[in-house]
Design a protein around this ligand. Structure first.
Ligand code: NCD
Length: 311
């Protein structure tokens, strides 16, 4: 089912076809069965998280270990001097020598691609700067597929920091592989998507419009919320101007939204969602986080698994 994934680098969600993603989602549905077969037995996956991360790192760690593999974990920039390109290259060579696959998160855009060019082992991008976060986009699309039976025909709002958020951009790029009815981009003016992302969405034929939340809330099937990426603002005063500029409350949802609306969020959330939403039927972000493990298990088994993993 996932033969085409074997040995592949995972840099951008657009490295995949719709068919491959659908195969992956199907595999994720039965990922728990893999525990018994331990397809990663004897394999080591390096988790090189040069940028802070708890959930993504733990979710990968959980996936690798449940498949019978083990992890080599490097965290924080202090472990190496990544400010110098050459040192990153040497670190990658070392990880390549010690492990069978490398998951990398880095604050520099293009770091994962750079690592993939150096390493012989497959490289999985766990987030590079504001650019790509392909496994998060896979989880988002998988969650929607589980909740609605598919992505086609849905009306989806993407709210928040569309400028600096790599999860939001990757999700939007991933949506271009499907046929949603309409995608609304909802952000404060300073946090509109970057031109190159908007252009890619147009070229790929996604039906999208920029809009205000209250204008479109009643139409939405999915509301994908993201936090403001404070750490990526070049100027702290720019952050001060937009902080707290949007918040999804339970009253808002109960007053305007469809009963079946589902709220997604890549997490961590800060103050952009009223905690009362957590206990409501609109909440789907904890389901989404939970689905991260089987999705990453399916992906790792596809990339690293030997023959017959899926037969
Ligand atoms: C996202 C990230 O790191 O890009 N988090 C995640 O991987 N779950 C989103 C974020 O940090 O806001």
């Amino acid at each position: 089912m996932l033969e085409s994934l074997r040995g592949r680098d995972v840099i951008s969600i657009l490295d995949f076809t719709r068919g491959e993603l659908e195969g992956l989602f199907e595999a994720a549905d039965s990922a728990w069965k893999l525990i018994e077969y331990r397809p990663l037995r004897g394999r080591l996956v390096a988790l090189a998280f040069f940028e802070p991360s708890t959930r993504t790192r733990m979710s990968f760690e959980s996936a690798v270990k449940r498949l019978g593999g083990d992890t080599l974990v490097v965290t924080g920039e202090e472990a190496i001097s990544v400010a110098k390109g050459e040192n990153l290259a040497d670190t990658i060579r070392m990880l390549d020598a010690y492990s069978d696959a490398i998951v990398i998160r880095h604050r520099f855009e293009g770091a994962a691609l750079y690592a993939a060019e150096i390493a012989e082992a497959p490289v999985i991008n766990g987030g590079d700067g504001r650019q790509h976060h392909p496994t998060q986009a896979m989880i988002d699309l998988y969650t929607i597929t589980k909740l609605f039976g598919g992505v086609d025909g849905l009306t989806i709002g993407v709210l928040g920091d569309l400028r600096y958020g790599r999860a939001a951009s990757s999700f939007l790029l991933g949506l271009t592989l499907f046929k949603p009815k309409m995608v609304y981009l909802i952000s404060p003016p300073q946090l509109r998507p970057r031109e190159e992302v908007l252009e890619e969405l147009s070229v790929r034929g996604l039906r999208f419009k920029e809009a205000g939340l209250m204008e479109v809330l009643a139409e939405l099937d999915v509301l994908y919320v993201t936090r403001i990426q404070r750490e990526r603002f070049p100027d702290p005063s720019e952050y001060e101007r937009v902080r707290g500029s949007y918040r999804v409350t339970l009253d808002m949802l109960e007053g305007r939204a469809k009963k079946g609306l589902k709220v997604l969020h890549p997490l961590p959330k800060v103050d952009e969602i009223d905690p009362r939403v957590d206990e409501s039927p609109f909440q789907a972000y904890f389901i989404q986080a939970r689905l991260g493990v089987p999705l990453r298990m399916a992906l790792l088994a596809g990339v690293l698994g030997g023959d017959g993993v899926w037969s």
